[in-house]
Design a protein around this ligand. Structure first.
Ligand SMILES: NC(=O)c1ccc[n+]([C@@H]2O[C@H](COP(=O)([O-])OP(=O)(O)OC[C@H]3O[C@@H](n4cnc5c(N)ncnc54)[C@H](OP(=O)(O)O)[C@@H]3O)[C@@H](O)[C@H]2O)c1
Length: 271
């Protein structure tokens, strides 16, 4: 099977590509470096043609109106080119992602939707890592009591590949995946501090204050507005539940945040 992996240079796509190769699939990596652009339809057919499956990870956020439009269009185009097996990365407990999921469901594809909790790797790859490295702590709009079942992106990748290689078993199914433990943001930072041997402080701030913080870090105003609204929706505690999605699909427990923190610290991620 040839699978197109979008976001192949990103956090999940990179791992999906590796796991797919390890499972014997042929991977066609897709990102702007390979000439594939989510924002330019004319680049899609060449990437998709001749493949059997695709992993769809829309950049920035699956819950944006842009994502809904692009996922709907690319899914219909994929089906018309014979690329029927589509796996979408979506977000758990994010209501604004539902229209994007619906656009995939309505495309005629053999779809699977993987609804993931917050990634452990948000702390090690992406904007938060610089802040942890340089400022000696983290400011974030998650109150002390709010806990999240952080998931390791390697588990997401393994679930995606299992879905692709299990025949029809996960076709027309949503798979809700979380890590094995609820962890508050402050606890996550404390676990990273313990793993690195550095002192790191966590400070919870109201989302409006966080907007100014983001702008101070150079995030454009419009993007900061989107993120603040998203965080207001996601960080109210409603996602503080574990699921057994990883165990159901892989027959093993998901990786724990502490394991992630130890490995990333040993790799020198936080200096
Ligand atoms: N972070 C979380 O905790 C979380 C949780 C659940 C779901 N999600 C969802 O995860 C998705 C993001 O996936 P990710 O975190 O694996 O990605 P990521 O690490 O943010 O990387 C983005 C990838 O997309 C590519 N890309 C960026 N702009 C592009 C464009 N215009 N056309 C083609 N490719 C482009 C990038 O490569 P190039 O720059 O080389 O093009 C890169 O490979 C979002 O939809 C988000 O809603 C995130």
């Amino acid at each position: 099977m040839t699978v197109v992996v979008t976001g192949a240079t990103g956090r999940t796509g990179g791992r999906v590509a590796s796991a797919a190769r390890a499972a014997g699939l042929t991977v066609r990596a897709a990102s702007r470096a390979t000439g594939f652009d989510w924002r330019d339809r004319s680049t899609w057919a060449e990437t998709l043609r001749g493949a059997e499956a695709a992993y769809l990870a829309f950049p920035t956020d699956v819950g944006s109106p842009e994502a809904t439009r692009a996922v709907g269009e690319i899914s219909r185009e994929a089906v018309s080119l014979g690329v029927r097996r589509l796996v979408l990365l979506s977000a758990r407990g994010e209501e604004r992602a539902r229209p994007t999921e619906d656009a995939l469901r309505e495309s005629g594809a053999d779809w699977t939707i993987v609804q993931a909790s917050w990634f452990s790797q948000n702390f090690s790859e992406g904007p938060l890592v610089e802040e942890l490295r340089l400022s000696g702590g983290l400011v974030f709009p998650a109150a002390e009591g709010v806990r999240e079942p952080f998931i390791d992106v390697r588990d997401i990748a393994d679930v995606v590949v299992a879905a692709l290689t299990s025949g029809d078993r996960y076709v027309r199914r949503e798979i809700d995946v979380t890590g094995p433990r609820l962890v508050a943001w402050g606890e996550a930072v404390a676990e990273i501090a313990a793993a690195t041997g550095r002192e790191l402080a966590y400070r919870a701030v109201p989302t409006r204050e966080y907007r100014e913080h983001l702008v101070g870090f150079g995030v454009p105003g419009e993007e900061a507005d989107f993120l603040v609204e998203l965080f207001e929706e996601l960080l109210d505690g409603h996602n503080a539940q574990l699921t057994d999605g990883v165990r159901q699909v892989l027959g093993r427990e998901p990786r724990d945040f502490a394991e992630f923190a130890k490995e990333a610290a040993a790799a020198g991620t936080w200096g």
